[in-house]
Design a protein around this ligand. Structure first.
Ligand SMILES: CC(C)(COP(=O)(O)OP(=O)(O)OC[C@H]1O[C@@H](n2cnc3c(N)ncnc32)[C@H](O)[C@@H]1OP(=O)(O)O)[C@@H](O)C(=O)NCCC(=O)NCCS
Length: 144
């Protein structure tokens, strides 16, 4: 739980524009909330330089890739690719048919990664939760 907390806080501090959850909100969570997340979300960690999590998306068909982050010291080395593939393997093994994600429209590094790994735009567009609804994002999906 401490490890998850440390790495998620590092991610939210480094790249606030990339995540729907803010640093302030996450810092307010009790240990119980962090502990529950360890139980609820299959979580893949790249030896404290990266994290990605999977979650069911309200149906037996779709899973969602969330919390994707690689430390600035380890970027460009395909750590992100390994993490995406770990979540995809989990989702496939769990019987899901599609892996969904949202990405901010100007997040060129993440978009390059997702395009390379065959996540294509679904046509869905949305904004971050208020007060950051000016940050627009779009949905992508990969068939598993
Ligand atoms: C998006 C992110 C997870 C990619 O992780 P990564 O391990 O660097 O992924 P890759 O090595 O596969 O590189 C992905 C793309 O980043 C870009 N990139 C390459 N080297 C880079 C570097 N040193 N620094 C930043 N971006 C780099 C490239 O465009 C690369 O794609 P390409 O090789 O096809 O051109 C990482 O940049 C990150 O954590 N960003 C901040 C958080 C975030 O945006 N999360 C995604 C939310 S949807």
């Amino acid at each position: 739980m401490d490890r998850l907390k440390r790495i998620r806080i590092a991610a939210l501090r480094d790249a606030p524009q990339a995540f729907g959850t803010t640093l302030q909100v996450a810092q307010g969570w009790s240990d119980d909330v962090w502990r529950q997340q360890v139980k609820d979300l299959p979580t893949f960690v790249a030896t404290d330089v990266g994290i990605a999590r999977g979650v069911a998306d309200g149906s037996s068909t779709n899973a969602r890739l969330v919390s994707m982050w690689v430390s600035p010291t380890a970027r460009g080395l395909r750590v992100g690719e390994r993490l995406v593939e770990a979540v995809a393997a989990w989702a496939r093994d769990a019987g899901f048919k599609r892996l969904l994600l949202n990405v901010a429209d100007d997040n060129w590094a993440a978009i390059a990664l997702y395009e390379r790994l065959n996540f294509w735009p679904t046509g869905e567009t949305m904004g971050f939760p208020p007060p950051r609804s000016h940050i627009t994002e779009h949905g992508r999906a990969r068939i598993l």
